[in-house]
Design a protein around this ligand. Structure first.
Ligand code: NAD
Length: 273
């Protein structure tokens, strides 16, 4: 509780400034990535908008940011392809400068399939995009961040880094693997002024889960899995990421911030049992 006689001044507002920072947000042509890119730009960062197949949406976002006093440029490529990632970073070096914020957001959940009856190419595809992608991007980012002497890498995992999800062994394995990548990389780069943090969203309304929130029955069922009585919004995740890449989070590394409205609280036990 604030002491009325204290000299501290309240009410002036805490502001996050990312001025001078260059941020790459993978998969920012839609969903969470798009919102994260907008927030980082609003906080003053120059943003590299990355897309895989939605070039037009990426260009629209860059135009919106540039027309509103921010700075953004568009870069395309497949994060599961090492050469594409090399090209993305080289093009950003030339056009914007050295990346000092990387948000590894691009990801897919893949086809629902049960192990044994599954298609192993699909498994490899999910691991390629969700785990190899962040690895390829992080190693390019780390090279540059070491030169600058600072940097932050955010890995967008999922509650499924903790929570099994039948039919999605590849997704859960990739996200749990990405979580351990965060911790191990954080240890490796801690003396180079680089922080690495995971953000684990719960169920957030985006195109990835439209089949669930677009249908009243599956939407009702989803709500029984969340302690708070709502799905997450993209802004819930973008705010957490903006905080974590800022100086306000300068002592946070190698851990996961869960942003899930209480999905991991075993909501079925809410009324006892
Ligand atoms: P989305 O489908 O809107 O976004 C996924 C993005 O990844 C798209 O921009 C897509 O173009 C990009 N992408 C797909 N394949 C790619 C490839 N090969 N190379 C480069 N980019 C590629 O979904 P979203 O919900 O915004 O998901 C963003 C991240 O958040 C994903 O990693 C997802 O696993 C994670 N996540 C989402 C939720 C949720 O409820 N929405 C929950 C937990 C975790």
């Amino acid at each position: 509780m604030a002491d009325e006689n204290s000299n501290l001044s309240y009410g002036t507002g805490l502001k996050i400034s990312l001025k001078g920072r260059i941020a790459l947000v993978t998969g920012s042509s839609s969903g969470l990535g798009m919102e994260i890119a907008k927030y980082l730009a609003k906080a003053g960062a120059t943003v590299a908008i990355h897309y895989h197949s939605e070039k037009q949406q990426a260009e629209q976002l860059a135009t919106e940011i540039n027309n509103n006093g921010g700075k953004a440029a568009v870069f395309g490529g497949d994060v599961s392809n090492r050469n594409d990632v090399l090209n993305i970073f080289r093009n950003i070096d030339d056009k914007l400068g050295l990346v000092d914020i990387l948000v590894n957001n691009a990801g897919i959940d893949g086809k629902r399939q049960i192990c044994g009856d599954d298609d192993s190419d699909e498994w490899e595809k999910v691991i390629g995009i969700n785990l190899m992608g962040p690895y390829y991007c992080s190693r390019e980012a780390v090279k540059r961040m070491k030169k600058s002497g600072h940097g932050v890498i955010i890995n967008v995992t999922s509650v499924h880094e903790f929570l099994p999800w039948s039919g999605y062994t590849a997704y859960c394995s990739a996200k749990a693997g990405l979580s351990m990548f965060t911790k191990t990389l954080a240890q490796e780069v801690s003396e180079s002024g680089i922080r690495v943090v995971s953000v684990a969203p719960g169920a957030i309304k985006t195109p990835i889960n439209k089949d669930v929130w677009g249908n009243p029955d599956t939407y009702r069922d989803l709500l029984t899995k969340i302690a708070m009585p709502r799905m997450g919004e993209t802004s819930d995740i973008a705010e957490a990421v903006t905080f974590l890449v800022s100086e306000m989070a300068s002592y946070i590394t190698g851990t996961t911030l869960v942003v899930d409205g209480g999905m991991l609280l075993y909501p079925a036990f809410k009324h006892g049992g």
